[in-house]
Write a protein that binds this ligand. Structure first.
Ligand code: AMP
Ligand code: MN
Ligand code: MN
Length: 323
């Protein structure tokens, strides 16, 4: 039996199901998580618990049924689930306080599209060629002939739209357009969803973005562009943690940029790094700091403050550019 059929069998034989998204959630992990919960509800008449690690990001508060998700902070972690499903979670440390819940479950599923995913679940459905976990999920929908409705179509559309950067990144394939077309035919409205994802930024987010670009530093004939955001900056702009989304991509938009980085000061002298590239494999660089991701988009957390973290990063990026 292949993994997709094993997944269906696991849903059929489980009553108590939990699905969760990764820390610092994005459109793909949230759309896929809620979308999958709605699929299971519609096709199997079971209602999985959906869990967001930490707080719901402002930018995705518009998602259908997101108000029905539980924060990991409030979840009863003593419950032993029949089935735990991780969506878009590249590595188990991205589950943070949900790791025990996941690994204590009777059965575990791992649905993802990160090339660095090591297959930590009992059943692993990982497609490194897929643009998004939303795409992996819609492929399963088609293979298992699952029913979908407008709500599910919208959620999967958000997942695919946001992980392809609005159908622009190199992961935008013919299959992506085929799936987007089918989801549109099932009720997802491209204009409405586009406006909610890209034309509904909080003012503070737009201003923080502009400030971060204004303060960018360029190295190696402008091939490397990076910017640092401190905790103080976040406070000054009254910014929530998700307001830094898109900054690294904005630096990659410059014609000279080959690699862009956002270094965000985090708790306890650590730095959260977002790497984007047009050429070199940044997943490899992120992996050397215990992170991961994709060839052109990756992330990691470095156990040093930004001004020190950047030195090590620059060294590895320069080396990779010169290879
Ligand atoms: P971000 O820069 O946070 O938008 O992440 C870029 C890509 O790298 C996304 O696909 C993330 O899922 C992945 N990623 C970010 N941080 C990590 C990490 N610590 N470990 C593994 N993958 C990560
Ligand atoms: Mn993600
Ligand atoms: Mn993803």
């Amino acid at each position: 039996m292949d993994n997709i059929n094993l997944f269906e069998k696991a849903i059929n034989s489980s009553e108590n199901i939990v699905i969760f998204s990764h820390v610092n959630p994005d459109g793909d992990t949230l759309g896929s998580m809620i979308g999958l919960a709605k699929i299971i509800e519609l096709n199997y008449n079971k209602k999985p618990t959906t869990v967001i690690i930490g707080k719901t990001p402002d930018t995705y508060a518009f998602l259908n049924s997101i108000d029905q998700c539980t924060s990991s902070i409030n979840l009863d972690k003593e419950v032993c689930y029949d089935l735990a499903i991780a969506v878009d979670i590249a590595a188990k440390d991205r589950m943070v306080d949900m790791q025990d819940v996941y690994f204590n479950a009777k059965n575990t599923v791992n649905i993802d599209h990160h090339i660095t995913n090591n297959g930590y679940g009992n059943i692993n459905i990982i497609d490194g060629n897929a643009s998004s976990t939303g795409e992996v999920l819609f492929d399963i929908v088609k293979k298992l002939n699952w029913k979908i409705n407008k709500e599910i179509a919208e959620l999967l559309y958000v997942a695919i739209l946001t992980d392809t950067g609005g159908f622009r990144f190199e992961n935008t394939s013919a299959r992506v357009f085929n799936f987007a077309s089918e989801l549109t035919a099932n009720g997802a409205n491209p204009t409405n969803i586009y406006r909610k994802c890209y034309e509904s930024k909080p003012k503070a987010m737009a201003l923080l973005n502009a400030y971060a670009i204004q303060n960018a530093i360029f190295k190696e004939n402008d091939k490397i562009a990076y910017t640092i955001i401190t905790k103080e900056d976040m406070k000054n702009f009254n910014a929530k943690s998700d307001y830094t989304e898109g900054i690294s991509e904005a630096l990659r938009q410059i014609n000279s940029t080959e690699v862009s980085m956002l270094l965000k000061e985090a708790e306890n002298q650590t730095t959260k790094v977002s790497l984007r590239s047009k050429t070199i494999n940044v997943a490899k660089i992120a992996e050397s700091f215990g992170g991961g991701g994709h060839h052109y988009a990756a992330g990691c957390t470095i156990q040093k403050p930004p001004t020190i973290a950047i030195e090590k990063l620059l060294e590895l990026v320069k080396k990779s550019l010169n290879e």
